[in-house]
Design a protein around this ligand. Sequence first.
Ligand code: PGA
Length: 259
Amino acid sequence: MAEVVIVENAAAAGALVADEIARLIAADPATVLGLATGSTPLPVYEALRSRLDGVDVSQVRGFALDEYVGIDPSHPESYRSVITREVVEPLGLDPSRIRVPDGRTEGIEHAGADYEAAIAAAGGVALQILGIGTDGHIGFNEPGSSFASSTRVKTLTEQTREDNARFFPSIDEVPMHCITQGLGTILRAKHLVLLAFGAGKAEAVAGAVEGPVTASLPGSAIQLHPHATVVVDEAAAAGLRYADYYRYTFANKPSWQGL
Ligand code: PGA
């Protein structure tokens, strides 16, 4: 099962994950990172700024999880813009090495296969950052997504559109479709790091970590991965049955093991 780390707050989670990413980049300057958008990963990117200060990141590569379909890449809420603003620019990464699925409608029929080929050509993702939706989605793999799925177009649930309406002038402007790495794609990353904060995520986290492995809760796919780490605050951990065991395990984690 996933290793669960319960931390005091989002900043502590950000520090923990940023340390691991900095370690990877120090070991391999061309590390391939799996990037996520949304509010959850922001503390990781924030913590990375100081850790990568003065580090040569010119070779670092990255693949975002998903993008809206039919949104202009220059729209401030396209995930291309979000990744540029929140990750590429603050960390000084080379924009040409950071890919986001192409959500433009022209050519959308081969955008998924192109993205899969690019990830494979890069040698796969070393560490994939994940958030989780209140409905249990990871990436934009909504309930019902196949565990074998690859990058493809999906229809967003009403719930997800409502959750993301805060980034748009109105819910009517939240796109209906997205292009997302599949659960199969995500499971091919070497290390999954799923973060969640706040009581609103407690049910999804409990289902993903301790519930049945089911396409009805796509986050539960992490149970099939040999190296998945779930970093949560107390509020998001509230539904976990074995929380005490996770605390005990982490407190006694061998120092050689890394995250
Ligand atoms: P959030 O989104 O980080 O903005 O809560 C998580 C997700 O939808 O994956």
